[in-house]
Write a protein that binds this ligand. Structure first.
Ligand code: PEP
Length: 252
């Protein structure tokens, strides 16, 4: 049995008071949901405020990125050492980081290794572009992202993989649940080759891309999809609660 996950990626949204307000609106209801693991990933500057606000609840936090070095002359960067204690998870390899900040699989690989060294659980994002999908390259692209991103990384059940097709992120064009399940099954099989079947069966693999309250069941009702990474819809308290509630109830 894999515990389903709902992770909120707030991206570059919310000031500290807005972040505080958003979590305050949701935390009591989210904390009553016993069948799901909930991870809130606000901007760095709000992590400590939110961690404090969530004290005594089962809701966890995640960073949206980090640098791979422990400390030093890397102006503007945040290290895994700094994140320790502020969050349990860290999103790595998000397509927006790959696209806008030229992060490649080697950089992502260094970051994953470093996160694990500091006991942060990585949420590794992978996904294909529309052109790659249309030229039937999805499996090739995902395989490469996993081979390179997880190079020299040993079996680790704490890793979460988020399958986020680029064409579905922030576009309102969510993937079809059946197709997403087939692709996620492919990722699971690939992980069985890369690591082993026991670990791959235990890994949580999420879908992400335009998830909303009106399509969530299409994803979480599929056997290989273990939850969702939610971007835009996680910024609206009512909508996010609705999505989380549906997952929580679906599992019962
Ligand atoms: C994301 O940023 O990871 C994401 C899935 O965004 P959205 O839900 O807005 O498509």
């Amino acid at each position: 049995m894999r515990t389903p996950v709902i992770a909120a990626n707030w991206k570059m949204n919310t000031t500290i008071p807005e972040a505080n307000n958003l979590v305050s609106q949701m935390k009591y209801k989210l904390n009553l949901m016993e069948n799901i693991e909930i991870i809130i990933c606000p901007p760095f500057i709000s992590l400590s405020v939110i961690k404090e606000l969530l004290k005594g609840t089962s809701i966890e936090t995640g960073a949206q990125n980090m640098y791979s070095e422990k400390e030093g002359a890397y102006t503007g960067e945040i290290s895994p050492q700094m994140l320790r204690g502020l969050c349990e998870y860290v999103i790595l390899g998000h397509s927006e980081r790959r696209f806008y900040f030229s992060e490649n699989d080697d950089i992502v690989n260094k970051k994953i290794k470093s996160a694990l060294m500091y006991d942060l659980k990585p949420i590794l994002c992978i996904g294909e572009s529309l052109i790659e999908k249309e030229s039937n390259k999805t499996e090739e692209i995902l395989s490469e992202q996993l081979d390179k991103g997880l190079h020299e990384i040993a079996n680790n059940k704490d890793l979460i993989i988020a399958y986020e097709p680029l064409w579905a992120i922030g576009t309102g064009m969510a993937a079809n649940g059946e197709e997403a399940n087939i692709t996620i099954k492919f990722i699971r099989d690939k992980m069985a080759q890369l690591w082993n079947k026991t670990t791959s069966d235990a890994l949580r693999i999420l879908y992400g891309g335009s998830v909303k309250s009106n399509n969530i069941i299409e994803f979480v009702s599929k056997p290989d999809i273990d939850g969702v990474l939610v971007g835009g819809a996680s910024l609206k308290a009512k909508e996010f609660l609705n999505i989380a509630n549906q997952i929580d109830n679906y599992q019962q």
